[in-house]
Design a protein around this ligand. Structure first.
Ligand code: DAK
Length: 274
């Protein structure tokens, strides 16, 4: 892999898009490598993924404008499909994916973050859908996912105006769940960069998620995702089935037995994913 780094620490794995010279912009090779990396995640062991960008400046500065500039209509559609397929794979990935947004998240960068379950960012993050300024529409799901996350009015404002927003505004409109600042000492010297603080927080959240019953967590993700596309009547049935699916698992039996056991000295064992 030239542009994707993969690191697993216990039950948490981090995927880093590493094309720093182009601010981690997504060209076809990055998309292919990301696709292949997702296929190789060991779902028996890994229970939560983190997606981030290499360096301090950029998460992903969008789709590669150089590569897109010469595309024909057919090639444009094929490039859009390649991106959409990978983004959808992330969105429906069986385990939760946290986007740790460490800088620019523009165009395809904002869109890939929105394909993740949870977005955390550094105070330096900048979000936006600049496509209409380039003569195109968002092409990796931005028109659909942004409206679902921040509401139709705010999504239309961001997309029609092509205006970038900084981390505090992204937090205010619900595009990110948390913003992390650099840590400084009494003299104001940076002790930990905003990215370091962000990554530590992302890893902590990922570990917390990874400690919970994996089958239940996966079923929650599926219930929320599938339910959002259904009527409430159908969505409730989706939840019922995924709720029922947890029963008779080793983890459901153990989780409930542990609660019912009155011995206060006991220590909870890791869930077995079974
Ligand atoms: N593509 C290619 N290279 C990029 C890039 C990008 N999106 N963003 C940055 N780079 C490259 C720059 O060209 C520069 O390369 P060198 O000149 O050093 O070779 C290097 O990264 C550093 O960038 P800058 O010198 O520009 O750095 P600055 O700090 O001055 O500015 C910036 C940072 C993020 C504000 C600026 O680079 C910028 O505005 N970048 C473009 C951001 C952008 O517009 N992104 C959205 C792209 S559009 C579709 C499929 C997909 C899409 C649409 C349709 N279908 C097929 C339907 C998606 C569209 C997009 O994502």
């Amino acid at each position: 892999m030239e542009f994707i780094q993969y690191e697993q620490k216990g039950a948490v794995a981090t995927i880093t898009i590493a094309r720093e010279k182009a601010l981690n912009a997504l060209n076809s090779q990055v998309l292919d490598e990301l696709d292949a990396t997702l296929d190789q995640v060991d779902l028996g062991e890994v229970r939560c993924l983190i997606l981030t960008g290499a360096g301090e400046k950029s998460f992903v500065a969008g789709a590669d404008i150089g590569e897109m500039s010469t595309l024909t209509k057919e090639q444009g559609e094929a490039f859009g499909k390649k991106g959409n397929d990978v983004f959808r794979k992330l969105e429906t990935f069986p385990i939760p994916v946290i986007a740790a947004v460490n800088g620019f998240a523009l165009g395809g960068g904002c869109e890939i973050a929105m394909s993740c379950d949870i977005r955390l960012c550094s105070e330096t993050a900048v979000f936006g859908q600049p496509e209409v300024g380039l003569g195109i529409t968002p092409g990796f799901g931005g028109t659909q996912r942004l409206a679902r996350i921040v509401g139709v009015g705010m999504a239309k404002q961001m997309i029609y105006s092509a205006r970038n927003i900084k981390a505090p505004e992204a937090y205010r409109i619900g595009l990110v769940n948390e913003v992390y600042a650099a840590e400084t000492d009494a003299e104001g010297n940076v002790v930990k960069s905003a990215k370091e603080v962000l990554m530590a927080a992302a890893e902590k959240l990922a570990s917390t998620i990874a400690k919970n019953a994996p089958i239940a967590v996966r079923n929650c993700k599926k219930a929320i995702n599938d339910g959002l596309d259904a009527s409430m009547d159908d969505a409730i049935v989706i939840e019922e089935k995924l709720f029922g699916d947890c029963f008779e698992t080793e983890d459901q039996r153990y989780g409930m037995e542990f609660f019912l056991d009155k011995n206060k000295e006991k220590v909870k064992a890791p869930f077995k994913n079974a």
